[in-house]
Ligand binder design. Sequence first.
Ligand code: ATP
Length: 213
Amino acid sequence: MALIGLLGGTFDPIHCGHLRLAIEMKEQLGLSRVLLIPAHLPPHRDTPQVDARTRLALAQAAIGDIPGLEVDGRELQRAEASYTIETLRSLHVEHPGQSYCLLLGMDAFRNFDSWYQWQDILRFCHLGVAARPGSNCPQRGPVAKLLGHSRVTEPKGLNTVPAGKIIIREIPALEISATEIRKSIASKRTISCLVPPKVKQIICEKRLYQDAK
Ligand code: ATP
């Protein structure tokens, strides 16, 4: 059965860097599709202008008709923030036997040992780490050790077992971050080409992030 990619994030707002990450990794790893899973925001950031429903709507607008990209709102349907491991467990209950590849940037992977029950996460999925040119793998510490015994270099290495492997792929750099987008909006600069046109339209219509930090 083909692997499904999972890309979690706050997506506050979703931008072209996220979409290219999903598309590049889908193509490079031969994933059947990628589910974008918006996360709850920490309470101090959860202002009405970026409530869960709005971020979900932005994500849905962003994927438009890009083939193989889907939005999964399960983390936002819960009353509180959910840990990745819980999301993986719920996917496995719904689709027993399906294999997943959790996608993340190298920056996020470097701190993987701070994730809740991080060692158990690999029992439920593979990891697909997107490295932008020039970004280095962790060289020491628990994440480097994990990489040492779980790394595969070819996508076919992900098909030999249902979970537990890590693959690193280089993707072209798109120097876009949600933080910079929020700052640009607040200082009245244009965000064209940083987010898809429909996302920009919703942000403008709803006047989101006008005084964001
Ligand atoms: P913020 O600036 O608010 O921290 P962000 O733009 O980094 O947000 P997140 O929602 O935190 O976005 O990121 C979700 C995932 O997307 C992470 O794994 C992160 O590494 C990855 N990511 C974010 N921006 C890019 C980008 N420009 N290129 C590739 N991957 C990215």
